[in-house]
Design a protein around this ligand. Structure first.
Ligand code: ADP
Length: 481
């Protein structure tokens, strides 16, 4: 607010900030004569390279005012001295002077190399010390804290639990032996220099998840958007688990399983590259397209339309299709829930996570016996009581996923505490029919919730029933519900 109209300049870390199409002053209101302005410095998708102090200088011929704010957009996901991790920043004149001077370049390089050697030596010592102390931690550092040691019989890491449901002999195809010998699958390696991070998408159990642009992934397009899952604090053991998980993920290829492109292991942090699903996880998507979307704090955008019955059926059929595939590989997911599915362009839904997103959805998990966290609200009685996870227990969870879809992402048994929910499930009480759920779909849910695992519907039948319903959606009037 100033009269005569003041000029606005910005400094970034004390140096003049040159505005461009990605960083500019955005005025929201202007009094007309320019004396009162409201606005902000707009940064388009800032990353860690934009962290720093931003100073606003406002002046006219009568005086000047200065204020500084510090901007912290995200942590540097790369090692500080990893030259490939540094995203090129527009250099200003003084930086050019330094880099163009060969002596100072030699000096800078020597210091960087010295520090890198020191860091490596330090990390090596730390790794040795940690291993010596016997800290047992897999790529699922938290895996044991999630599933508990008794569940470690699962052959692989995290939730890659082949072998928990032994294949029956007639189905024991060549595929199963492939599954049990994932070394047959060649994990794609992606160069770090081909990846340019854009911004953070979320926090996973093992590290941050970023949106990035990746070059040379496919012959048809030179750059594409990908989601990068980073693994923080890798040691020798977590590295091995990481490699093993990558082999398993390489093997899972289906149109309703999120596509895994490969790993990036040249430098730190270790990263896995997945296809980017632009609408994020299905639970959030359902809530954003439900009746409560308006009051949800996160929806600052105009409220989106509510999902229709055919759309809900389409979502369910796609998850069922992914589950048919997993069941054909004797893969037991153990944590099927809408928070572990992802939504892409055109309402494409894929099973996207074989881990537990416990950070954002921590209330969906129940801690038992200290370290074990279980998604009890999605589990059948036999899994709750005996920790028995099978293809049939996945069917039960699929029924709960159907219920989530038709309640626009409500938490199952939301009105009950964890111990009350356990009591209800083990005593045989069923989730109620959601208001918008046709009888035909509720029958499917009930088919998934048979107490006897062998009496539950099989996923192939559920899938084909859902496809029929997609083709001929039942006529349904909410007022009759
Ligand atoms: P973790 O399996 O390590 O717990 P998640 O898969 O849950 O990590 O990832 C955390 C968040 O990152 C998700 O809730 C989702 O919003 C986002 N995310 C993960 N993978 C993708 C992807 N392929 N595309 C878009 N967003 C993703």
């Amino acid at each position: 607010d100033g009269n005569p109209e003041p000029s606005i300049t910005w400094l970034y870390n004390g140096k003049e900030l040159k505005e461009n199409m990605y960083t500019y002053t955005q005025l929201i209101t202007d009094s007309g004569d320019g004396s009162v302005k409201h606005g902000c410095l707009f940064l388009d998708k800032p990353t860690h390279i934009n962290n720093g102090n931003y100073t606003l200088i406002v002046q006219n011929k009568l005086g000047r005012d200065v204020a500084t704010a510090s901007g912290m957009f995200m942590d540097n996901p790369f090692e500080p001295f990893d030259p490939e991790g540094i995203i090129p920043v527009p250099t200003n004149k003084s930086d050019l002077d330094v880099t163009e001077n060969p002596e100072s370049r030699v000096f800078v390089v020597s210091v960087a190399v010295g520090l890198a050697v020191f860091t490596c030596a330090f990390l090596l010592i730390m790794v040795l010390v940690i291993n010596k102390c016997g800290q047992r931690s897999k790529f699922g550092i938290h895996r044991s804290s999630v599933l508990g040691t008794e569940d470690d019989l699962a052959v692989s890491l995290r939730f890659m639990n082949f072998g928990t449901s032994p294949p029956s002999s007639d189905e024991d195809s060549g595929l199963s032996s492939f599954v049990e010998n994932p070394q047959y699958f060649c994990v794609q390696h992606i160069k770090r220099q081909d990846i340019v991070l854009k911004w953070e998408l979320g926090e996973g159990a093992f590290g941050k998840v970023y949106l990035a642009e990746c070059a040379n992934l496919s012959p048809d397009c030179d750059k594409m958007l990908v989601a990068i899952k980073t693994l923080k604090d890798a040691n020798e053991s977590t590295r091995q688990d990481f490699q093993r998980e990558a082999e398993l993920l390489t093997m899972l290829q289906h149109q309703h399983i999120v596509r895994f492109y490969g790993v990036c292991t040249d430098g730190e942090p270790l990263a896995m590259v997945f296809e980017y699903m632009r609408h994020g996880d299905l639970n959030r998507f359902l809530r954003a397209h439900g009746p409560d979307a308006r009051i949800l704090e996160e929806s600052k955008m105009p409220p989106l339309g509510q999902l229709t019955l055919p759309q809900m059926l389409h979502i369910a059929a796609q998850i069922a299709s992914g589950m048919v595939y997993l069941a054909s590989l004797h893969f037991v997911h153990r944590d099927l829930a809408t928070r572990n599915c992802l939504v892409g362009e055109g309402l494409v839904v894929k099973i996207g996570d074989f881990g537990m997103s416990r950070d954002i959805y921590s209330t969906d998990y129940y801690r038992v016996g200290g370290r074990t966290m279980l998604p009890i609200r999605w589990m059948p009685p036999e899994s709750i009581m005996y920790r028995k996870f099978t293809t049939e227990s996945d069917i039960w969870s699929f029924g709960v996923v159907l219920w989530e879809i038709f309640t626009y992402g409500k938490q199952p048994w939301y009105q009950l505490s964890n111990s009350e929910a356990i009591e209800c499930i083990t005593q045989g009480r069923e989730l109620e029919r959601p208001r918008t759920c046709p009888k035909e779909v509720y029958l499917l849910m009930q088919g998934c919730w048979q107490r006897e695992p062998q009496q539950r519907m099989v996923i192939k039948d559920i899938h084909s029933r859902l496809l029929d319903l997609v083709k001929n959606p039942p006529v349904y009037l909410d007022i009759l519900g």
